[in-house]
Ligand binder design. Structure first.
Ligand SMILES: [Mn+2]
Length: 208
């Protein structure tokens, strides 16, 4: 199966005054597609960062697991740590399917041509209290834009005023959201994804 290109960018910073960043994000891929994970180690500072690093290491060793299975493995590996909120998105571009599974408060939005879907995480703490996981599937058709962010970014950011154009514009979008809506008292991370301009699909695949 061909693995279509995606543009995936992010912006992250620790709580002002901190060096350690308890937020992290990562992308893994295999022949089936892409997996994007956004992690918020509980609280902030070095212990939060240590939890995030465990999650990053765990995800890197299991690039082919779907979001819910990846969360289960993170839950086991994070036992005894500060714990984390983690949301994971799997994208199979060939099948036109996005799967979301999250625990904690890393939230997302999937902006489609005609409507917008909220990606809402389940209650719990990865590493401490894992709920029965319910992955959510969303069909992908035409233009789409995915945004995932930790609770260090206010969910009230306005996307309509911002115009992503190609990969360079996508990074600007992430940077603008971080600059405008990050909270002063927490680590903050936003990840944005869309089909890459070279995606051999409809000419309208670029969001603008
Ligand atoms: Mn946070």
């Amino acid at each position: 199966m061909a693995r279509h290109a995606l543009a995936i960018v992010g912006a992250s910073r620790p709580r002002p005054g901190e060096v350690a960043n308890g937020d992290a994000w990562t992308v893994e891929s295999d022949d089936g597609g892409w997996r994007i994970s956004v992690i918020d180690g509980l609280g902030h500072g070095p212990e939060a960062e240590a939890a995030a690093v465990i999650a990053l290491d765990t995800l890197a060793t299991q690039p082919s697991l779907p979001p819910d299975r990846a969360l289960e493995i993170c839950h086991r590996r994070l036992a005894g740590s500060r714990g984390a909120a983690i949301s994971i998105v799997g994208i199979d571009v060939s099948a036109g399917l996005l799967t979301f599974c999250g625990v904690g408060n890393v939230e997302g939005r999937l902006i489609l041509e005609s409507h917008e879907r909220r990606l809402t995480a389940q209650r719990g703490i990865v590493g401490a209290t894992l709920p029965g996981l319910r992955p959510l599937d969303f069909p992908l058709q035409g233009d789409w834009l995915l945004l995932l962010h930790t609770d260090g970014v206010s969910a009230r950011f306005h996307i309509d005023a911002l115009r992503p154009m190609g990969e360079r514009g996508l990074q600007s979008l992430a940077d603008e959201i971080l600059a405008g809506w990050a909270r002063a008292y927490d680590d903050a991370t936003i990840v944005v994804a869309q089909t890459a301009p070279e995606y051999p699909g409809p000419a309208t695949a670029r969001v603008s």
